[in-house]
Structures are given as C-alpha cells and as structure tokens.
Design a protein. Sequence first.
Length: 491
Amino acid sequence: MSRSETRTHLRSRVRAAHRYEVVETVSRPQVAGMRFHFVGIGGVGMSGLAQFLLEKHAIVSGSDRAASAVAERLAQLGADIQVGHDPANLSDPVDAVVVSAAIGPDNPELQRAREQGSRVYKYAQFLGEIMGHFEGIAVGGTHGKSTTSGWLVHCLKEAGVDTNFVVGANISQLGVSSGAGDSEFFVAEACEYDRSFLNFRPQVACILNVEQDHLDCYRDEADILDAFYQFALGTVPSGLVVANGDDLNVTKVIERLDGERDVVTFGFDEQCDFSARNVRKRRGLHSFDVFQNGHRLGSTAVSLPGRYNVLNGLAVVATAVSIGVDPQRVLSVLDRFTGMDRRLMLKGEFDGITILDDYAHHPTEIRASLGAIRDRYQPKRLWCVFQAHQYSRTRFFLDEFARSFAQADRAIIPEIYFARDSEDSRTEVNAAILVDRIRAEGTDAKHVGTLTAVCDYLEKELRAGDLVVTMGAGDVWKVADEYIQRLGRNR
C-alpha cells in the first residue's frame, strides 16, 4: 500500500466530523461484566487502565501496598480495592490478572493467580491486548511522550474524535490519565523501559526522539535503536510511522525500516513532511506556520514553554492530520492545551515566589526544562530541587547530570530516589557525589538530605522574585506541596 493509499485508509476510519458529534458508536472490546484483578493498582498506568475498564462496565478489583488518593478514586468508581497483597484478595474467579512492573515473582497474589490457572498479564501486555481492539496510536520516545500523547488526546477530543486513551500522567484539563470514548481510536503512551512498547501493534506509531536511557535494561545506544526499530515495525502492515525527521537517531530507525512501513516525518527541517517554519517567540511561548509537503496549512501556536514543545505540538498535528482530522481544526485547537500533571506545572505564586513542579529525570530533560523555565518566567534567581531517580541512572549519566544544571542559579539535591535498583548500587554513587560534580561544572549546588530539610532550607533562603522548581520522577513533588502549605501558614 502506498503512502497516499495508507493516508486514505486511515482517514476512512474517522467517524466524528466535528466536536461532540459521534456518527458511529464503538463498544469494543466487549469487557462488560468480565472480572479483572490488578496487583499494584496504584500506579498511574495501572490505575488508568483499571479506570478505562470500569468505564467499559467491567468488574475491577485490585490491591496495592499502601492506600492512596488514586486507589480511593477507583473505589469511588466501583472498584474493590484492598490495601496490602494477600492471596485472599483473589478468592473469587477472575478473567485476567494484571500485574505492574514493580511486582516480583514471589508476590502472594501473583502466586495464587498462577495456582488458580488465571491468565496473567504484565501491564504493558494487557494494554497492548486492549489496544488491539481499536485503531491504536502509540506515542513513544525517550522524552516528551506523556505530554505529546496527552496533547493528542486533547486535540482529538476538541476536533470531535472522542478517543479512548491511557497515558502516563493526568491531562490537566481532563483531570484523568485515561478514558473510554466512542471512536475507534485508542491513544496510548508507549514506554521503552524493559521493551514494554513491543507489546503494542498500533495503526500509528509516533517516535519523538531516541536517546540513551534505561541502561539497566539496554546494553547501549545500538540496543535502544533496535528496540525502537522493532516498535516501528510492530505497526500493522497498513499502518504508519510518524517520526521526528530532525532527530539523528530517529532517522537511523527510519532508514533501517527501508520502506517496510510508510513514514511521515515532522520537524523544523523544510524537507520534513510536516515542518514548522517562521517560528516566532514572545514571552517564552512560540507561534509558527505549519507546512505539509511544502504547502502552507496555516499558523498555530503552543501554550507550553520551550522550543522542544514546538516539536511535540508538530507531532500532534502530523498524527492528527494523518488519521484524517481536518488540518485547520487541529491548528485552531493546538494552543488550547495547557499541559500535563508534573510537566512544567505551575503550582502557584506566593509573596512573589513562583513554584513549579516538573518530571524531568534525564539530563536532556533537565536542560530543556530549565531553559524553558528561565525563558518563560525570567526569575531573579532560578532554584532547582532535583531528586535523582535511580542510582543506576545517576551513575550511568553522572557527568551529563552535572552539566545539565547550567541554567539554574542554585541546585538543591536531596537523596537519590531508590527504584528498581539493587542494594549494591547505593555504594557506587550518592547525592553528595552528584553535588560535587555539579559544583565542578560551575553551578552552585547543595546536598540537603531529606525532603523535609529541603523545605526548611527553602523557607530560610527564598525571597520575592525567586522561582523554585521541584524536579524528578520520584516523590520530590512533595517539597512543592509542603512549601506552599508553609507559605500559606506564614501569611
């Protein structure tokens, strides 16, 4: 099938012509009345998938090691939630058991499920199974996949395509990370960790960028490139790969495909199928013209700071137009998207002090986020409270981390967040070593061990005109919340 025939095929699948009008209702997969049990239900992906099933009228139960607001919300929606892992939580027969990546083989509920002969899926396997019933759109990349997948969901809904979705963070304007829609489309964030995204067989695979990360499960960059090639090749034969034509590693993936899948590229380069030209910046935000194959589609803008968000927005445009959404409609709604939870999230401004929270946990992301923050807010002093995520990642990228804080006036480094690491990894690197490396690169850095101590330090040091961003994939967001509460009490 040629590229033009592929696009025609994809366009024919769109059933909603404009906002709130749904011409054809899709009720697949047929999970109503089926029973599903989630082990480790509190994570954003697991809870999102559970909520999707609840909205499709499935019977959902689950457990997690601790109570949480996420689990409480699922209980309010009708799920049977238990705190703690116990074989008794699986006393009733279920159609399938879904386990999170954090669940080990000795988990008592997993063992009971196997004893009972229940079908057991890892989260990514089950998400791929669900997606297979729809026209799947999987958004992958080392950076930006949560923002771009959430942005795509928002724009599709604004354009009248009531898509199904499970993404990696709450979409700010929807307040959820998942939802069941009436269209044939299903948007999912495709994570490369542990090659999870190879469980997907989407109609459209979007690749934003490819860089070294997760070196605890990949040998090297070549191994990562191979995984992304397999992800692209995993699209259905009539499918499409939407790829960043400006990213060197992504172009290597495209070249390796060698015509095995149709490809649409996006980027600043005018040779890309979708290109951003005449980029203009005002107060840290960008507007630009969008061209498709040399033809100007029109002007648009993004409401998220950072030049990298022009590329993320362009990926949304390229994907939406490729599946048949009217280009003018997409361009008109692109700047209505206000962002995702924990992605350059403005928490508030109190007594002249601005507080943000961001998920950046890779050196490239840190540099991009700090640059975007300085450009957008132009603070007198930019403070970054960075909690490194994983000892292994910190060790692999120690020098890159050290150089990534150049845009910050002060970097405050609490202890490293322990996740998916061995106890031995704690002996190889620590927060104090990272601080020393950051100082050696010329940025003022300080090791403050606990999150409570970080709040104490900020209370003493911050003043009007300062901006502080809490940054990382762990629980550093608690600093922003606690500091805001203290500011409120001290007023």
